[in-house]
Design a protein around this ligand. Structure first.
Ligand code: 5GP
Ligand code: MN
Length: 343
């Protein structure tokens, strides 16, 4: 038996809304990862099963290694078809907002979403949800939004509604947000849910290979280059940093998703507790990824120094400056947090 997590009186509210809704839109955060894509497609497949008109609208593309997810081909991307996406959002009765805690995490798409009169339902596991939503299922204790979607749809319609397709989407989100069950994955309920999903008859090891063993040669070489040439250790502070400039990303023909997971690697080094990765997406625009172990709160570093936030052990942000300035900012952050880093 699963422990209770989501509020069943709110589930009843959503049930009523779904019963009377004509059009539904499901969305997730910008630069969607396995959990964003998996949770949205799981919920979309469920709502399709109810016979409703439903569209997944995402701010931009997800990496190629997720394109096999059931119904991935039907997703509308705001950065490609802004007008069509805006129309869908404006015409919707319900907007399901998945895997983000503030509307601004949708990037350019947030304007259309804020302007919408539809009921906004949040399903998310990030800390500090904003009050922009009408109904909130906000549970930082969940391993992933996909876990919450599983809980929501089974609370709505029982285990029978979980199809083979839905099970694969949910499994993918739970697997990717826990690093294949190596972090944020201590709760027994996770494995009770997985056992229930496996009853639907999919091959979980195949999903692992589709997601994690799907490198291009250039990605493998970029990883090797980053590790050999670009890894810097601040030994005294148990901190690691990898930087990749725009020029370097171009040199290795890097495409979306090619640096996914890179930030986790330095945590394998003995003693490293805090790992940072700066990726210069465009000249002067740096995407920041932070990871930590145990109690080091990288979300506080992200919020204070990198215009971002996230979870205690996995956070991110964005900088508009040169790589040298970004590195100096990190050095300041390390000084500020040195007592926590050297504990
Ligand atoms: P990643 O390093 O995989 O891009 O992001 C890790 C986590 O950090 C995400 O799941 C998200 O919670 C958080 N995150 C990443 N970028 C941002 C950002 O710009 N703002 C906020 N608030 N959180 C972010
Ligand atoms: Mn997530």
């Amino acid at each position: 038996m699963l422990e209770n997590m989501i509020d069943l009186s709110q589930v009843a509210v959503v049930k009523k809304m779904l019963d009377s809704a004509g059009r539904v839109v499901v969305m997730a955060h910008k630069n969607p990862d396995g959990d964003a894509a998996g949770s949205s497609l799981a919920l979309c497949n469920y709502i399709m099963g109810l016979g409703k008109e439903v569209t997944v609208v995402l701010p931009n593309a997800f990496p190629d290694f997720l394109s096999w997810l059931p119904s991935a081909g039907s997703v509308l991307f705001y950065d490609v078809e802004a007008d069509k996406a805006t129309e869908k959002i404006a015409a919707a009765d319900i907007l399901f907002c998945l895997d983000f805690n503030v509307i601004s995490r949708l990037g350019d798409m947030s304007v259309a979403v804020s302007a919408s009169k539809a009921t906004k339902v949040l399903v998310d596991h990030h800390l500090f949800p904003s009050n922009e939503f009408d109904v909130s299922f906000s549970h930082p204790e969940a391993c992933s939004t996909s876990e919450l979607v599983y809980r929501l749809i089974t609370a709505l319609s029982g285990d029978e509604c979980v199809t083979h397709d839905i099970a694969q989407c949910i499994y993918t989100g739970m697997m990717t947000d826990t690093g294949a069950f190596t972090y944020a994955s201590m709760r027994k309920d996770i494995y009770i849910i997985i056992a229930a999903l496996l009853n639907k008859g999919f091959d979980k090891d195949k999903i692992y290979r589709k997601v994690f063993f799907n490198y291009t040669v250039s990605r493998m070489k970029l990883m090797g280059y980053a590790m050999y040439r670009k890894l810097k250790l601040y030994n005294k502070y148990n901190t690691a940093l990898i930087t990749l400039s725009h020029e370097e990303l171009m040199r290795f023909f890097a495409v979306k998703g090619d640096t996914e997971g890179l930030v986790n690697q330095p945590l394998q080094i003995k003693g490293v507790r805090f790992s940072c990765f700066f990726r210069e997406e465009q000249p002067g625009k740096i995407n920041v990824s932070l990871r930590s172990v145990d109690d080091f709160p990288c979300n506080e570093v992200a919020a204070e120094f990198f215009n971002g936030g996230g979870h205690k052990n996995a956070s991110g942000g964005e900088l508009h400056c040169s790589m040298d300035e970004a590195v100096r900012l990190l050095q300041r952050a390390i000084q500020k947090f040195k007592s926590e880093l050297t504990m």
